[in-house]
Ligand binder design. Sequence first.
Ligand SMILES: Cc1cc2nc3c(=O)[nH]c(=O)nc-3n(C[C@H](O)[C@H](O)[C@H](O)COP(=O)(O)OP(=O)(O)OC[C@H]3O[C@@H](n4cnc5c(N)ncnc54)[C@H](O)[C@@H]3O)c2cc1C
Length: 317
Amino acid sequence: MPKPLPIADDPELNESIRGPLGRERNGDALPDMLIGGRALVGRFLIALRKFPNVQLHRNTPLEELVVEDGVVVGAIVSNGEERRAIRARKGVVLAAGGFDQNDEMRSKYGVPGAARDSMGPWSNLGKAHQAGIAVGSDVDLMGEAWWSPGLTHPDGRSAFALCFTAGIFVDQDGKRFTNEYAPYDRLGREVIDRMESGDMTLPFWMIYDDSRGPVPPVGATNVPFSATEEYVEKGLWKTADTLTGLAEQIGVPAEALEATVARFNELVVKGVDEDFGRGDEPYDLAFTGGGSALVPIEKARSTLHSSVSPTSAPRVD
Ligand SMILES: Cc1cc2nc3c(=O)[nH]c(=O)nc-3n(C[C@H](O)[C@H](O)[C@H](O)COP(=O)(O)OP(=O)(O)OC[C@H]3O[C@@H](n4cnc5c(N)ncnc54)[C@H](O)[C@@H]3O)c2cc1C
């Protein structure tokens, strides 16, 4: 975990390092502290200044690898205006992320979903993969990624939604299908597997009541929430006084949704999720603040909400 870096120590860094997702997606102001990955890159850039022989070229992607006698001896890079060759005495390290932002490659390698829901750098277009493939490199696991459930924001793109503190997920049949508190990669994988086996279509919905306000009970969103009205206007968050009303709005069978919520509330009273084991693993309890993983959905004291929640990758329009 890199130590946070106050911007005041080095104001130029704030502009030269990719902003947090809130900045990129919502146009939020840049924070006055570099934290997490931004602090890591910031400290790396500061450290580089101590090595006069190091040259740093920003916005200068690798385009091709240069091969001589079957050995990679350099790289061609371009800053958009000129291409230049860099000779490597020892080797070329490819560290250019994934190809999550390249829809063509996603489709070619069978990656579910679309680039617009990826939260990786917009520059991760797979050029390094292509350069490697062009000189005969083997590739593997090209359809794999680190998945998570995602919440769709008013800009029409999804982002991580983690650390749930209430609510349930239901599928197109109005039925619960998983332990909502499970580690996010397992949740994402499960959705993809269910889609591939034809059991599920997107979007799936998060059902919750407004005992904690209209905002979904999600502890962590990498793109900060916008105003509630914006989600409502875009048809992403829906509200009704009854489950039947909610079921009509989200297009799932009302009887099934009622039975699902009744069953879940029954499990809350029992204190055990006999259906999906929510609360059985330590991870499930990481965000409950010491409370139970099972929180009832009660019409009696609140309005019911649903929130659209595709995974970060697959989605339908
Ligand atoms: C929202 C979000 C939250 C995350 N949270 C966590 C977390 O809490 N903990 C954790 O461990 N992991 C987390 N991850 C995962 C982690 O960030 C990634 O696994 C990690 O950053 C991958 O590092 P990388 O260097 O392989 O690729 P990246 O960080 O993707 O970096 C690749 C770089 O290569 C550049 N590039 C692309 N193409 C070229 C080219 N042709 N030439 C030159 N440069 C190129 C890109 O611009 C980019 O800067 C998170 C990821 C996301 C998106």
